[in-house]
Design a binder for this molecule. Structure first.
Ligand code: URA
Length: 501
């Protein structure tokens, strides 16, 4: 039917998303339009720019609907909260041309929902996919603004905010970010300025203002020197990974971060050798070759290093993130000993959490042994590695490092008193047996006594991961499974006098 223009259709939203009321205005207008049965194609959401998705330029004058096909008026729909929240977030979405506003698209979503097309909220629907992408982009921007905004402290001045920040958000997220900082910063006054608008918190009320600054250069930089000194001191060239850094902090933020100016020189210094120096400087350096000394003689002031992480009995600690101790029940009947923590264990501080650990889990499963029931540890407690590009490649520990670390394994053995020790690979075997000449080849499948315990040897999981052909891999895996089954059988023999056949 042809209908005369309704007042709802005349609605022109001057889409100022930074005004908190803009979504509210759109929602009110959209409700009216829905009640009047006005389809999306009949509505022009007007100035200042145009429709985000139509590609058509915005009309100069208010919308007119002289020949619109109106549908039967319907009651305003009851929207699920989830859709309402998505629409509200998507309303903050801005194209690169910020004058293009999303109202027309949002109305189409609303309209389709009211027509019973509830798929419009699904990512499988083209409009739904676009809606989800917009919401995701806006939420990401909120997160980035929380993370990368930097307040600069200003001298105390009557009426002026104490902290001021400049940020260039890609989407119009200032109102919600302002709420976040109201709840975070208490009564202290602050202002956040963006190219489109500013908000000012005076300690009790939030004021929405128009644009007050045009760039970060308008900020007073007092307090910045302190921040830069701090940033320089925490910058660790040993841990530098520029691509991760860039993916964590996209380059567009760097220009407004005070530390951004420092980064290029710190990165290039790292490339020129500070990375290596940083790795060895960490906690106070010991010069000269490491000489394995008796535990009683090490650090005589304190008798023994009281905690594993303070151990300086060899030099491996210098390049490691932390020492990795054993894990599992303190009195477990089976202790499983690996070689040394790998890259992931070094970062996590727990043994066998990386690829070797995943393979070991499969061996546990096949052997019917619960990982939680065993004590899992390593012969050497610090990660030994060498740089290869950006990766840290495992390096086999040498005899004197194994010997230095045996002190800690001995402590674990004494506390745990396992009935069976499973040594995975040659390093573990040498450390457990305290013998240089014992080999894996001689002991695979042949348990040997060591004090009150049986020692069972199996391959190290990394060996299985490295074996190139599938048949040998399978074979090595089954040797590991058999070894763990044997360890469990040995538990059943109370006198531990004869190994099972
Ligand atoms: N390899 C080991 O020997 N131990 C670990 O903890 C991880 C990998």
């Amino acid at each position: 039917m042809n209908a005369p223009a309704s007042s709802a259709v005349q609605t022109v939203l001057q889409g100022r998303a930074l005004e908190a009321s803009s979504f509210v205005q759109w929602r009110e207008a959209a409700r009216e339009l829905l009640r009047a049965g006005v389809p999306p194609e009949a509505v022009t959401w007007g100035a200042p720019g145009g429709d985000l998705f139509s590609g058509a330029p915005a009309p100069e004058s208010p919308p007119h609907n002289a020949a619109i096909q109106l549908q039967e008026p319907k009651p305003a729909p009851h929207l699920p909260r989830s859709l309402l929240e998505m629409l509200q977030s998507a309303a903050c979405y801005r194209e690169a041309d910020r004058s293009l506003l999303p109202w027309s698209f949002l109305y189409r979503v609303l309209w389709r929902w009211q027509q019973g097309e509830h798929d419009v909220q699904s990512p499988a629907d083209p409009d739904g996919a676009r809606l989800h992408a917009m919401v995701k982009a806006v939420r990401r921007e909120e997160h980035d603004m929380h993370a990368y905004i930097r307040f600069r402290e200003r001298p105390i001045e009557a009426g002026a905010p104490r902290f001021v920040a400049w940020f260039e958000p890609r989407h119009d997220v200032l109102p919600q970010v302002a709420e976040h900082f109201v709840s975070r910063m208490g009564k202290v006054s602050w202002m956040i300025a963006t190219p489109e608008a500013s908000v000012l918190w005076d300690g009790s009320t939030l004021h929405n203002c128009g644009p007050l600054m045009s760039s970060a250069a308008d900020l007073d930089d007092s307090g910045e020197a302190l921040w830069l000194t701090y940033y320089r001191s925490i910058f660790n060239p040993a841990r530098l990974n520029t691509s991760v850094m860039q993916s964590h902090i996209p380059s567009r933020f760097w220009k407004n971060l005070p530390e951004g100016a420092l980064v290029p020189s710190l990165v290039s210094q790292a490339g020129l050798g500070a990375r290596r120096i940083g790795q060895v400087q960490a906690v106070g350096r010991r010069s000269g070759a490491t000489i394995p000394i008796a535990p009683e003689a090490a650090q005589p002031e304190r008798q023994q290093p009281s905690k594993l992480d303070e151990c300086r009995r060899c030099e491996l600690w210098e390049h490691a993130t932390q020492a990795v101790g054993g894990a599992g029940p303190k009195r477990a009947p089976i202790m499983i000993v690996g070689e040394q923590p790998g890259d992931q264990e070094d970062l996590a501080g727990a043994p066998f959490v990386g690829p070797a650990g995943k393979l070991l889990d499969q061996v546990f499963e096949q052997a019917g042994l619960d990982r939680k029931s065993v004590y899992l540890t390593n012969a050497v407690k610090h990660f030994k590695w060498e740089p290869r590009g950006k990766r840290r490649l495992h390096k086999t520990p040498v005899q004197r490092e194994i010997e230095a670390c045996h002190y800690w394994l001995e402590k674990e053995l004494a506390a745990c008193k396992p009935k069976v020790i499973v040594a995975m690979g040659a390093t573990a075997l040498k450390s457990v047996m305290q013998e240089k000449n014992v080999t894996l080849k001689d002991t695979l499948g042949r348990p040997v006594r060591h004090g009150d315990s049986w020692v069972v040897t199996i391959y190290h999981p990394s060996y299985v991961l490295r074996v190139p052909d599938e048949a040998s891999k399978h074979e090595a895996f089954s040797v590991m499974v058999k070894g763990l089954r044997l360890a469990q059988e040995l538990l059943e023999r109370p006198d531990l006098s004869e190994p099972p056949q």
